[in-house]
Design a protein around this ligand. Sequence first.
Ligand code: BGP
Length: 470
Amino acid sequence: MIHNELKDFPENFLWGASTSAYQVEGAWNEDGKGLSVMDVGNHPDDVTDFKVCSDHYHHYKEDIALMAEMGFKTYRFSIAWTRIIPEGTGDVNQKGIDFYNNLIDELLKHDIEPLVTMYHFDLPLALQKKGGWENRGTVDAFVNYAEVLFNEYGDRVKYWLTINEQNMMILHGNALGLLEGDPENVKKGLYQSNHHMLVAQSKVFDLCHQKVEDGKIGPAPNISTVYPASSKPEDILAANNYSAIRNWLYLDAAIFGRYNATAWSFMEEKGITPEIKEGDMEILKSGNPDFIAFNYYTSASVEGDFENQDKASNFNGDQQVVDNEAGLYRRYQNEYLEKTEFGWEIDPVGFRTTLREIYSRYNLPLIVTENGLGAYDKLEEEDTVNDDYRIKYLRKHIKQAQLAISDGVELFGFCPWSAIDLVSTHQGINKRYGFIYVNRDEFDLKDMRRIRKKSFYWYKDVIKSNGKKL
Ligand code: BGP
């Protein structure tokens, strides 16, 4: 649709940016923090671990001052479960509570709305040792943890996100290094874990409404539109299959409180349906989110060459995202899209389509909690970082967001990844995403000083003009 006149970004639009605890904080074993699965994960030899990261734990005041200088209306960060309840269940760690109290107060001092992810990949190791999410007990552990958070911070935090990218944890379970055993059982375990997460999430939606006055809560999956490789009917079917098991399985359960039929039949076909306890489906129905948060980096394309299952895929993007399913879909390289230095396809128009698809399916307000470009930034003379490629990427996506708003989508915030440089989930600190450069390398911590990138000044103008000056 071509609009003669575009709608403006709404007043009070939540411009901001995101981080997650295990990628930005560092201080991995300080002040009583317990170990999480991310602290003990395997790292390729050439990239750093998550022990120090950007040392945000000790620099948060300085970092928040820089966010305020950019004009942030919100900051999306995650709370490390292991700072609050080091063993996942049991004793609460007062020093962990204090840290986030200070961080939240610091944000409010600068009129920045806290947007809190309760769990961003960093499950307490103690829970993982007891079977992780496959163990039904983790549902209670999560609800208990959520209750502590609502009691401690609910007077000041009004926007909550339950689980970051649950769908990616299930689709790429191996990528987080949590899984052992033979692949078929691994899959069954993953879909059982998925069911437990859905139940836990639904209970926490409910609890938030009981405990937090004016509290709003939503899920935070990674959602993207799925293109068929061609107009061949089998390719269209493959796109439909992939969208069901990548996107709608998660959102249908969170919003409609039911399993998506195509996704369920896929699980039946593979013999990996989860055990559903009596009362679970009622729980899924009873907890309702107020909005949908989602992460978007790129679209996905698939083909459905069901007769030639063994044919190699032409897909040569980030290998971590290959999740072909025999008989359902095979990932496909979209020849119309440019790629980042790290091989991720760039698709701003797909962003608009994704926004429209989610909104027309669920009719809930939307907020984007991740979108951005990872690159090898270069620190140049006089402390400058000329990240024009990042500006170009974000500009195009923000333009598409405005088009989606003009299409009628109710979008109330945009939080790119990431507020400040941090350690990538698999590719170290030198895959940078931030508006603020952190002066360290993979293994040389240097002086960790904060440096405003070119995109910092650009984003400041975007926010100041409420998206008019791109
Ligand atoms: C998302 C995660 C983030 C972050 C981001 C960028 O999937 O929610 O935690 O890691 O992707 O990915 P990467 O770090 O692999 O470049």
